[in-house]
Design a binder for this molecule. Sequence first.
Ligand SMILES: Cc1cc2nc3c(=O)[nH]c(=O)nc-3n(C[C@H](O)[C@H](O)[C@H](O)COP(=O)(O)OP(=O)(O)OC[C@H]3O[C@@H](n4cnc5c(N)ncnc54)[C@H](O)[C@@H]3O)c2cc1C
Length: 362
Amino acid sequence: MIKRVEYLVIGAGVIGSAITFHLAEAGQEVMAVDQAFPAWGTSGSTAAWVWVHSKTPGSFGRFSELSAELYPSFQTRLGTDIEYRRTGGLVPALTMEQVKKSQKLVKSQRGAGLEVYWLSREETLEKEPALSPQVLGASYSPLDGNVNPFRLLGALLRAAQRNGATFLTYNPVTGITLDRGKVTVQTKAGDIVAKKVVIAAGVYSRQIGRMVGVDIPVGPERGEVLITEPLQPLLRHTLAGMRQTVNGEVLIGYSQEKAGMDRRNTFDTLRETAAFGVQLVPALARATIVRTFAGLRCLPRDDLPILGPIPGVQGMYVAAMHSGYTLAPLIGTLMTELLTEGETSLPITPYLIDRFAESKPR
Ligand SMILES: Cc1cc2nc3c(=O)[nH]c(=O)nc-3n(C[C@H](O)[C@H](O)[C@H](O)COP(=O)(O)OP(=O)(O)OC[C@H]3O[C@@H](n4cnc5c(N)ncnc54)[C@H](O)[C@@H]3O)c2cc1C
């Protein structure tokens, strides 16, 4: 059976669901398809910091800051407590090399107008008493926080559906054909004809891009995370590599591994992650680990988001990036502006796919 829709979003992770929600909220007819379900991909295996602090200084730092600023109103519009907490973020330094690196970052972020400060050892321990007394100082930003990824995904789905959006789950896209301004997307459940289609398939965006002869240069980077049992309040801030959830669990880990599409945990990384956790916050030595997970970050070749129209392929757009939880409210807003009005309220020029010349359609 053929379905017809104005806007089709391929991928219902946090990015695809945020775009679907914003389009539906703006009164547009929108459908999202996913080969599985919204938390199947990276969006279900994430640390979900809303993190501005160490983003590339300049345009991308500001981009992340603006998205973080949108979170309180995003939460209100979704009508559910998504456990967004603006805790402030700390990057503790335990070696002189880390001190130098952090101080350099603070200088460039402040130069670019972001609120990031250097704290002495005493100031750091006063802010975050659970940190190891070995800490030498930390960079700090009040802009950082975190969110409950599962609550956010559920809220996006429900709010999008309340506004008329449709989600077709367990429905892989198998091919795309283009004809006179209409895009036909072949799926397991049949063809879907749309005026505009957004590829928001995370690390799988490259495979979808190939269906229209375009290279979307993203690749996987594995991250592994340990989760403790719920603990009494221990951490006041979101730390680089660690945060405490609202129910008390502590998520530990920020490994960056080249492992292809393999998203299994490994003993080596889990051992290193546990050692890092206890070194940073000694009280964790008494905590019980109850779960682990591994996920694949979607890393564009230059680490910056790939956003906007696909030149030369009428009706096709892309939104593929890392830091999807930080960026979801802003990406949802900008993509909706672009799709419905043809322009965005904030320039997206640094993120257009044509910065990679070889991505042009063949
Ligand atoms: C360990 C780890 C820690 C992280 N920490 C943070 C953090 O602290 N802060 C932050 O902002 N970000 C963080 N991230 C990144 C963040 O989780 C991702 O940027 C975000 O989840 C990406 O969302 P997405 O919607 O683009 O992709 P995904 O969640 O991967 O969604 C893509 C969807 O596309 C679907 N799909 C794929 N192929 C097809 C097809 N052929 N047909 C139909 N559907 C298809 C998939 O099923 C999937 O549901 C982290 C990632 C990892 C791995």
